[in-house]
Design a protein around this ligand. Sequence first.
Ligand SMILES: Cc1ncc(COP(=O)(O)O)c(C=O)c1O
Length: 396
Amino acid sequence: MAMIYNFDEAPVRRGTGCVKWDTPEAADALPMWVADMDFRVAKPITDALLQRVEHGVFGYTQVPDSYYEAVINWFGRRHGWEIHRDWILYTSGVVPALSVVVKALTHPGDKVLIQTPVYNCFFSSIRNNGCEILENPLVYEDSTYHIDFNDMERKAADPSTKLFILCNPHNPAGRVWTREEMARMNNICLRNGVKVVADEIHCELVLPGHKFTPFASVSEECQRNSITCNSPSKSFNTAGLQIANIISSNSDIRAKIDRAININEVCDVNPFGVVALIAAYNDSEEWITQLCDYLDGNYRALCDFFAEQLPQLPVTILEGTYLVWVNIESLGIDSDTLTERLLHEGKVMVNSGTMYGKEAGEGFIRINIACPRSQLMEALHRIKNVIAPAIPTSTE
Ligand SMILES: Cc1ncc(COP(=O)(O)O)c(C=O)c1O
């Protein structure tokens, strides 16, 4: 019989050397910031890890055939994307993967396109490789985001633009991009000789009613023009085990990336990451299904709370990820100041929107809802206690 997971209960994490709970700023606050989940992982993952620990030797690790089979079977079965074994390169995380791809496919001074607001490490991966960031800001309308394709076309046409890093599903805009949108983005990139790097780390975190499509599976052109970076770590909550894959059907690109992996010294992985990936992809699908239902319940609870208690603050529609993007513009307080006040006055830690682009993220905060519902509700009450008195009263 399928196991029923109880996401209402979570292990105590404070005091376990955990970034989310043990960062000094969060010492006496509820942490609703960095993107990991407070839930215990799927039982098949813990069982597999325990078995590996029992062996008692943790030397340098090779990736076995069963690793590649797990990746290939998962994406074929669940997402209809046929991957060949030699397309897969492994490394120690998606951020190291992005950095490696930027290093491999650009020269210092080149431009890399991103759609802001977007995950903060996109900025650092580009800058750390001596490249320039080119923003194609997403357009916020009716509590959701869409792409400004004309602006994208103009920026892709800049001869210095070599790469576009796509975030699908998008952190923090909450979009799960459609096939049509991705085909259009790829056409623009292809016309202008720009390669697409698809960061698909959030790919299993999709709410009911939406469907994730791997960028590379949209068409043969998308496949040939793209490099995918993914990992089970975000969806299965194993970020500390540090493993990720870079997938490309183009052997020339793979050769360059392979070299960059070695130059950046991120070619070694740890035995637990390998074991966890195999157990996640082979045996933990039921956990993901139940998790997404639970996250959907959390998202609805948050939407109800804002609609009733803080209707002046629109909640961005969440199609994927567990990171909710709340519009605070009506308060007339900037995002960094509000985030500080929430931390010090409210004892709740969220991310300021400006982390994801100074201009594109101003006027927003990001709330991580991947925790038991009781914790989420407590956090929302704390947020309200700080925000409600700050809401400007009408002067009619
Ligand atoms: C879009 C995106 N990519 C990558 C990462 C981190 O990847 P890793 O921990 O594998 O380096 C995150 C973490 O939040 C993310 O949101």
